[in-house]
Write a protein that binds this ligand. Structure first.
Ligand code: ADP
Ligand code: C5P
Ligand code: MG
Length: 219
């Protein structure tokens, strides 16, 4: 009875009674930027310094694509190669499952970096209709990087990544998707005062200095 009661008390109560074990509402930072802007690289560094779990929507989709018996494996493969955005119900299901698994293992791990999401209107609508109640979006970390720099980095990564989309043809499509579909989402969050922007065209360490300043302040 007491356990059940504790599990449902609000986060506010946790500050009053910190020793009681609570199920916390997941706190989310969306991480956006062009392909190759350095989202994954910077997320790994954030995880080293702060109590966050990194969930890359792209990585989860690639995993699902490779999973034996996956019903949507072929669909995901086609979308990725074409640089298109997979229907949101697939992506949200993977993200929510990964969030739940993380919190089931350790209830203190309720801070998430959701990398590469929401990438278009469909992603955003899907999140708002199914996740708005379940999780709190703290801010959007935006890695601002010139398209040419992004393409150069992805082509370099393509020498060893084995990714089907790190080639010039796919990259042109991915950049187009980014400019047409993802940038408007960033702009939308900007209007809400939720975007924390970093110049991502500099070295990994220089970028991370700015990222650290953001997380020290509000992470
Ligand atoms: P994203 O997840 O945004 O696609 P990654 O973090 O995978 O980007 O980085 C893309 C490629 O660029 C990787 O090969 C990575 O090592 C490299 N990279 C990342 N950040 C930088 C940077 N600041 N300067 C130069 N190369 C970088
Ligand atoms: O973020 P990443 O570069 O790993 O994403 C690779 C691809 O995965 C995207 O180009 C897109 O095809 C797919 N993806 C998606 N929806 C997301 C994130 C990634 O369809 N929210
Ligand atoms: Mg990535």
């Amino acid at each position: 009875m007491i356990r059940r009661l504790c599990a449902t008390v609000s986060q506010k109560a946790s500050r009053l009674c910190p020793r009681v074990s609570l199920t916390m509402k997941p706190q989310v930072v969306f991480v956006l930027g062009g392909p190759g802007a350095g989202k994954g690289t910077q997320c790994s560094k954030i995880v080293e310094h702060y109590n966050y779990t990194h969930l890359s929507a792209g990585d989860l989709l690639r995993e699902e694509q490779a999973r034996q018996g996956s019903e949507c494996g072929q669909l995901i493969a086609n979308y990725i190669k074409e640089g298109k955005i997979v229907p949101v119900h697939i992506t949200i299901q993977l993200l929510w499952k990964a969030m739940q698994q993380t919190m089931e293992k350790d209830e203190k791990m309720f801070h998430f970096l959701i990398d590469g999401f929401p990438r278009n209107e469909d992603n955003l609508q899907g999140w708002n209709s199914t996740m708005d109640e379940k999780a709190l979006v703290k801010f959007v970390l935006f890695f601002d990087c010139d398209s040419e720099v992004c393409i150069g980095r992805c082509l370099e990564r393509g020498k060893s990544s084995g990714r089907t989309d790190d080639n010039r043809e796919s990259l042109e499509k991915r950049i187009k998707t980014y400019l047409m579909s993802t940038r408007p989402i960033v702009e939308l969050y900007e209007k809400l005062g939720k975007v924390r922007s970093v110049d991502a065209s500099r070295s990994v360490e220089e970028v991370f200095t700015d990222v650290k300043a953001i997380f020290d302040k509000e992470g």
